[in-house]
Structure formats: structure tokens, C-alpha cells
Design a protein around this ligand. Structure first.
Ligand code: PAF
Length: 284
């Protein structure tokens, strides 16, 4: 496995693979890798001949009061995990390599109808940071296929829209959410949980599963389902609930009773940790 810190060296490697007719898979990450990331890598391997993983904690997608400085940087152990998973190359650029003009950076911005709600409502500018860095990474890696997790469902929708609007020549694959045995969606931020918070955390998945079951059995009282779920999360011990929303999985707008596809999205807080989860329902 090769590790590249510069765009130039990464491009030389990719050019060599492409000249051999090999298909390139790409998994962008911010490092601090867990089994969820490795499941994305496995999926990329199934879709490609060579897999590149990027590790870059992207300052552009963190707000001023967010955890950019304290975000865990664990390159040595990440590298060992990627080697064991059979990754072909790691791209590990410094901030200057990605943003040579500092804050004077061209920004890729997907319309607010997708980015201004849900996560975007409480994290202004977050998705511009994500789409800008992902567009740059796509240009650097020149992958045929890129894998993103369903866990960050809105992020997936926003990137899908960017790829479509900019006609980027990359196929997107959405990887199912990797969970611990008790249902908690794997996330780098789970390590911030105390032992007692860790016991409460999987209840987010339980509550979203209850909402999904109600929708599947024909209940279309969206407001009531959302409010009951929020109350349940608070009585389960969450400190606050940012939202439980039932939305259309393409437009991310609130669901209509005629819809047959739903995304049930939930974000709740335990202390300083924000937990995200979702369930997708197709053709019910
Ligand atoms: O999902 C993430 O880890 C990040 O948002 C991504 C896609 C690597 C962009 O920085």
C-alpha cells in the first residue's frame, strides 16, 4: 500500500493504473477509522480493481464552534487498518496541499433546498465545505466509483446532486449503515460517549425503527410520529433532540401522504456528542 501526501504523486499512480485499464474505487474519509469505514472500503473493492482512501480532516466543513481542533487524528493506526483491509493507496494531504490559497478558495455550493435544512440548518456552510472538498478530491483521484455511507444520508444526497449538476464522471455507491450489535450506528464520535451515555445511545436506532414500523403499517400521521419519537428519546435519557424528520429520500422535503418512499432521519444529543441515524423505506 502506498501513502501519498501530494496531488502530483497520487496522480502519477492513478495515471499508471488507468493506463493498464484498471477501474479505480475511492473512499473519502476524515480518518479515525472504524469498522464502518472499513465496510465502505470492502464495498469499493467489490466495485473496482484498485482502491484509494483519502484521510483529510477538512477545515472547511467545520463551524467555528465545532470540533475541528480536537477531531481525533490517528494516522498510524488508520494506515495499519487500511493495509490489513487491502487498500492500494492512501492519500493523506496537508491543509496547504488541499487549500493552497487559504481562505480564498473556490466554493462548490449545492442549492439550499438540499443544504439549508436538517443538518444544514444547524451547521451553516457545512455542506459547502463538504462539496468543495469532495469535488477537489474527485478531481485529484479521478475515480470511476466512489463509496459514501448511508449514515450521513443528507451528505449522500447533496453529493449525488453535485455529481449530477456538474456532470462529474464518477459513479456513486451508497453503503448500508454499519452498526454495533445493540444497533448503534458506528461513528468516530461514539468514542466521546461516557459508559452511561453509551447505554442510552442505541435507543436512537430503536426509536427510528418504531417510526419506520408505523409507516410500514400504513400510519401517515407524520407530525404525530415525529413528536412521539422526540418525546421517547427524551424519556430514554437523551439530553436533547435536534430533529426526528420523515422526509422524501430525494428532495429531503417533508413527506407527503401519497409518497411510497421515506427517509426517517434522527439526530439527538448525549452531552457534547451529536448522534445521527436514519432508516430508508422504499416502495411501501
Ligand atoms: O463523511 C466524511 O467523513 C466527510 O464529510 C468527507 C466526505 C470525507 C468529506 O470531508
Amino acid at each position: 500500500m502506498n501513502s501519498f501526501e501530494t496531488i502530483k504523486k497520487l496522480r502519477m499512480q492513478v495515471r499508471d493504473w488507468k493506463s493498464q485499464g484498471l477501474r479505480i474505487g475511492f473512499v473519502p474519509t476524515m480518518g479515525n477509522l472504524h469498522d464502518g469505514h472499513l465496510s465502505l472500503v470492502e464495498l469499493a473493492k467489490a466495485h473496482a480493481d484498485r482502491v484509494v482512501v483519502s484521510i483529510f480532516v477538512n477545515p472547511l466543513q467545520f463551524g467555528p464552534d465545532e470540533d475541528f481542533d480536537s477531531y481525533p487524528r490517528t494516522f498510524e493506526s488508520d494506515q495499519a487498518k487500511l493495509l490489513a483491509t487491502g487498500v492500494d493507496a492512501v492519500f493523506y494531504p496537508a491543509v496547504d496541499e488541499m487549500y493552497p490559497h487559504g481562505e480564498f478558495q473556490t466554493i462548490v455550493s449545492v442549492p439550499e433546498t438540499l443544504t439549508g435544512l436538517l443538518e444544514g440548518a444547524s451547521r451553516p456552510g457545512h455542506f459547502d465545505g463538504v462539496t468543495t472538498v469532495v469535488a477537489k478530491l474527485f478531481n485529484m483521484v479521478q475515480a470511476d466509483v466512489a463509496v459514501f455511507g448511508q449514515k450521513d444520508f443528507q451528505q449522500y444526497c447533496v453529493i449525488e446532486r453535485m455529481v449530477s449538476d456538474l456532470a462529474l464522471p464518477v459513479e456513486l455507491v451508497k453503503a448500508p449503515i454499519a452498526r454495533s450489535e445493540d444497533g448503534l450506528a458506528l461513528s468516530s464520535r461514539n468514542q466521546y460517549l461516557t459508559a452511561s451515555q453509551r447505554v442510552i445511545a442505541p435507543k436512537l436506532h430503536t426509536v427510528l425503527t418504531d417510526v419506520a414500523a408505523a409507516l410500514t403499517s400504513g400510519n401517515r400521521n407524520f407530525n404525530e410520529l415525529q413528536q412521539t419519537a422526540q418525546q421517547q428519546l427524551l424519556s430514554d435519557g437523551f439530553d436533547s433532540v435536534d430533529y426526528v424528520q420523515i422526509v422524501h429520500p430525494k428532495s429531503l422535503q417533508p413527506s407527503d401522504s401519497q409518497d411510497s418512499e421515506f427517509a426517517v432521519l434522527g439526530v439527538a444529543r448525549l452531552g457534547k456528542t451529536r448522534l445521527l441515524d436514519n432508516i430508508l423505506l422504499n416502495k411501501i
